[in-house]
Ligand binder design. Structure first.
Ligand code: SF4
Length: 401
């Protein structure tokens, strides 16, 4: 009985002291919504007396001074690459791969054609088909009057070739048409024999070396009448015996007038361009002809002249060749291609119409690779006129006073 009273008294005292403690702490404590605080998450516990107790704060772990491994990566950068950004690689220049003499298994010396010659030839033909050249419409082979007899046509072809040396195709064509239209009795051997030199000169006075050509044409007409039965010769020997006719003209005449390809007609373009391609290193058209005939298939002997004359008139010009437009340069097939020269090309393009219907024009500037305009690498000492027996004209040198 007594012990239970003591226990009740003890309980009352404890409750009173707890209430007092709560009142004191509650009066000083700031208003605080525990739900706002991360402390709300602090776990609470109830002790054996039913008291809520807060567990002692966890002691922060001491970070020990353990060494941290750091990996450094180094990239080497050269100073030059920092100073100047990488330049675009220049297209490579093709190597010369000339025709070569090789000893065959049978002990015979053979000529090995230049590497890639077929690809070069086919690409050149492709370019020629895309660009009509003066030779295609006004070449000597096409200038004879088709209304005349075969004999007269052959004579006209020979005269056209004689006029064409050192003369543009357009000028030759005009002179030929003049003779075909106005020569008394029609343009044939007999009419030329009947003309006096001054009259003949009047017909051809726009062509190069017309005085000399007048003389040679008159002499040729007499030789044909006297030695060849008023016909043009059908052999190379016969043709080169005529004044003013050299091998090139003879082979072209044989091909155009008689339909026989007995050799390659090498003119300035054929000589110049095949040297630019690096097929050989020759000093004159005769050497070029011998080299080409040693390996070029016969079915190309007639074609190569027209192919390269037209190519030389349109793309691979004697001065200012257009390497930027040439497929051989693009494919790295020509060792003489002028690579790397840049030229700005302005392009204008209409891109859209505004609501008022007016066009908005946008200008674009395109930088294109083009061939540099420069003088020839291969010297061409060949005027056809030296077939007529003269050395090429020398530029006069003015002496200093
Ligand atoms: S135009 Fe230039 S690239 Fe083309 S064949 Fe002539 S030199 Fe070579």
């Amino acid at each position: 009985m007594r012990s239970s009273r003591i226990s009740r008294d003890t309980s009352r005292i404890l409750a009173a002291s707890r209430a007092l403690r709560q009142t004191r702490s509650g009066a000083n404590a700031p208003v605080h919504d525990p739900s706002d605080s991360e402390l709300s998450s602090v776990p609470t516990d109830v002790d054996s007396d039913g008291d809520f107790t807060t567990p002692p704060p966890k002691r922060r772990k001491t970070v020990r001074d353990t060494p941290v491994k750091v990996k450094y990566e180094t990239t080497e950068v050269s100073l030059t690459s920092l100073a100047s950004p990488k330049k675009e690689a220049k297209p490579k220049k093709a190597r010369r791969t000339p025709a070569k003499k090789v000893n065959g298994a049978d002990g015979m010396v053979k000529i090995e054609p230049p590497a890639n010659w077929e690809e070069i030839y086919a690409l050149t033909r492709e370019m020629r088909n895309e660009n009509v050249a003066p030779v295609d419409t006004m070449g000597c082979e096409s200038l004879a009057d088709k209304q005349r007899s075969p004999r007269d046509q052959r004579f006209q072809t020979l005269i056209a070739l004689m006029l064409s040396s050192q003369t543009k195709d357009t000028v030759t064509a005009v002179a030929m048409r003049g003779m075909q239209e106005r020569m008394p009795g029609g343009f044939n051997l007999e009419s030329v024999l009947a003309l006096d030199p001054a009259e003949l000169n009047g017909f051809i006075n726009k062509v190069g070396f017309h005085n000399l050509k007048t003389k040679y044409i008159k002499q040729t007409a007499e030789i044909l009448r006297d030695k060849f039965d008023s016909e043009i010769p059908d052999t190379i020997e016969g043709l080169v015996s005529l004044p003013g006719v050299g091998p090139k003209m003879a082979y072209l005449t044989m091909s155009a007038a008689w339909g026989r390809d007995e050799g390659i007609g090498v003119d300035v373009h054929v000589h110049r361009i095949t040297n630019l391609w690096g097929w050989h290193k020759t000093q004159n058209p005769e050497q070029t002809r011998a080299m080409l005939e040693s390996w070029l298939p016969k079915d190309k002997w007639h074609d190569i002249n027209n192919l390269l004359v037209g190519f030389g008139q349109t793309i691979c010009l004697p001065v200012g060749r257009k390497c930027g437009d040439c497929k051989l340069s693009e494919r790295g097939l020509c060792p003489s291609a002028v690579v790397g020269a840049k030229k700005k090309v302005k392009k204008e393009a209409v891109i859209k119409a505004d609501p008022e219907g007016e066009s908005v024009v946008k200008e674009e500037t395109v930088v294109a690779q083009v061939g540099e305009v420069k003088a020839e690498d291969v010297d061409v000492p060949v005027g056809d006129i030296e077939d007529i027996g003269r050395a090429p004209r020398q530029r006069a040198v003015r002496s200093k006073a």
